[in-house]
Write a protein that binds this ligand. Sequence first.
Ligand SMILES: [Fe+2]
Ligand SMILES: [Fe+2]
Length: 174
Amino acid sequence: MTELREDHRNMTVVLDLLDGLIVEIEADKDPDFEMFDEIMRYMTVYPDAVHHPKEDIVYEQLREARPDLTEDLDHVPDDHNDIAHLGSLLRDEVEAVVAGGAVRREKMIEDATAYVRRLRNHIQWEEEDLFKRIDKMLDAAALQVDVSEYEHIKDPVFELEIEAGFRRLLASLR
Ligand SMILES: [Fe+2]
Ligand SMILES: [Fe+2]
């Protein structure tokens, strides 16, 4: 749970950067699309590929061990799929721009804004609701939750900080 909360803090910092880029696109200010591209790539290789699957495993445990705590939670895996889907659409748009293609500015602003809002709401809901239920489960009985499938995968930006593919993102965070 400590790691999942840490991931949320890191994702929030990256979403703040993305908000800054949206403001620049809105103002027609020659935004750094390479950084936008790195951000979307980061979202695909870490939050979508590691953070959300880990949460799905913990959530599965909650459903098995404490069905009494899972009221109104059926939407959780769908949320993760929706966020991954929105993210990959946005990533395609940004990659097209970086490759010199034309993407409507309004469409990009709309999609990026929707993505940030969706992910922020999701994180907030997890912190205020889902994670509290999981804390309750863990307080009542210490559980072994096996996330070994994902444990070895480091966050390429916040843990490794040497990943050449995220130069601009790292420079902006410093
Ligand atoms: Fe999540
Ligand atoms: Fe999360």
